[in-house]
Design a protein around this ligand. Structure first.
Ligand SMILES: [Zn+2]
Length: 431
């Protein structure tokens, strides 16, 4: 059963934690230790360091974890990091959806029981995804490990970005994993398949603007003698490293539309350029070329490190294979058992009714040998639509289906949508 944090956690009578992060920032700005001690004291009052698992309101919990990570980043006790990692693992392995979203529809917008994750009633507040990105970033800064950037990428492109419409003027508070307009779709903040320009509780929309407006800070990290590309996007980076080297480069890409990322070195300098190789590339070929010659081996879930005396004009090209892939649901997760989902690069795909008007997407079955071809959309900003076949359980035959990136659903009026589709053991031709 999900925890009822109102009754079981009387020691946590706080609203959205934020001041822990603010106090640590004040300490960083002023050097006055009292601010850091105050943040650490607050966490002790919450008994933060002995929480057995994440619980309670998802946004509050995630923001508190951010405060905990900030305090760790300044104090540096190893048991603190162990605890933060345990909480991060509890979220990502047991309480997060494929999109990276959290909040399974339990009361009080809270974390639910491990592995429950129902698709038809999930909450996945936009702010919960955004605060999870904040926590991922802090864990990345604390450890330098790629898995935290992987989760940051997954959560940003799917659970957070779905919170805003293609035009950028309408927002979701809740981000359903599945919705059938034939059924009940009224959520806590209005219809769950229509973004709105404004909510009385004005948290998600401004939070999204904050995230998108500060996106540049998530692209790169730096260590004393190198820079690490974490999220891929168009950028120019110019930073003086502790080693004294000036890292100055330009990054050009349309990722994740395509899997091609180019770096052009703009100034001479000796430093390491590390490229994150996302976990989702496992089993695919990742190409790295330095001035046209093969680069270092790329292992999924880590970094390809290029140590070099760079000359202005040097070029590095990174190529990811964006072939669509079917994701098998985890047998021990309620909403995923016996189901398949579609991904391309870091993007989770969904089946939405406007692309599949002749069929009922809730009658569909996918098979493990379903293949999909790519088509640029005209109606969804050039995003890649995937076309293929699925089994129609009502018609008892194979039918054409199309899927779009999940974050782009609900841009063409109220619709039905699903991410996880039941798997059919037999292939489409009945073998
Ligand atoms: Zn919100």
């Amino acid at each position: 059963m999900p925890y009822d944090y109102q009754s079981k956690r009387p020691d946590r009578k706080y609203e959205h934690p934020n001041h822990e992060m603010a106090m640590v920032e004040l300490y960083r700005m002023t050097g006055n230790r009292r601010y850091l001690d105050f943040a650490a004291h607050t966490l002790d009052c919450y008994k933060f360091w002995s929480f057995p698992e994440v619980w309670g309101h998802c946004v509050q919990e995630n923001l508190l974890l951010c405060g905990g990570a900030d305090v760790y980043l300044e104090i540096g006790k190893s048991e603190m990091l162990q605890h933060l990692h345990a909480m991060w693992t509890d979220i990502t392995e047991r309480k997060a959806y494929l999109t990276g979203g959290v909040g399974d529809g339990s009361p009080f917008e809270s974390y639910g029981a491990a592995y429950s994750l129902p698709n038809e009633k999930n909450y996945c507040e936009t702010c919960a995804a955004i605060s999870k990105v904040f926590f991922d970033e802090r864990m990345l800064l604390a450890t330098g490990k790629a898995k935290y950037a992987d989760d940051m990428e997954r959560t940003f492109y799917n659970a957070a970005l779905s919170g805003v419409s293609l035009k950028g003027t309408e927002y979701f508070y809740e981000n359903p994993m599945e919705i059938n307009i034939g059924g009940k779709d009224q959520g806590k903040h209005g219809r769950r398949n229509e973004r709105k320009p404004y909510f009385n509780c004005s948290c998600c929309a401004p939070n999204l603007l904050r995230l998108l407006g500060s996106l540049q800070q998530y692209l790169f990290t730096a260590s004393p003698d190198g820079v690490q590309a974490q999220l891929y996007g168009c950028a120019e980076l110019k930073t003086r490293l502790d080693s004294g080297a000036m890292a100055h480069l330009r990054e050009t890409t349309d990722y994740p539309l395509s899997g091609s990322v180019q770096f052009e070195i703009l100034a001479d300098g000796k430093y390491d350029l590390s490229l994150r190789i996302p976990q989702w590339t496992e089993g695919t070929k990742v190409g790295i070329a330095i001035n046209g010659k093969p680069g270092p081996n790329a292992k999924a879930g880590g970094y390809a490190k290029i140590s070099k005396v760079w000359k202005a004009g040097d070029k590095v090209i990174l190529e990811f294979d964006m072939k669509p892939r079917l994701i098998t649901g985890r047998e021990w997760v309620g909403g995923e058992k016996g189901k398949l989902a579609l991904m391309r690069g870091p993007l989770v795909y969904c089946l939405e009714s406007p692309d599949n008007e002749q069929i009922d997407i809730f009658n569909l079955r996918l098979t493990s040998n379903c293949t999909f071809t790519e088509e640029p959309t005209k109606d969804l900003g050039g995003a890649v639509r995937l076309n293929g076949q699925a089994w129609d359980e009502a018609r008892k035959n194979a039918v054409q289906v199309s899927a779009i990136p999940y974050h782009l659903w609900a841009n063409r009026g109220a619709s039905s949508m699903r991410i996880w589709v039941p798997a059919r053991e037999q292939t489409l031709t009945g073998e």
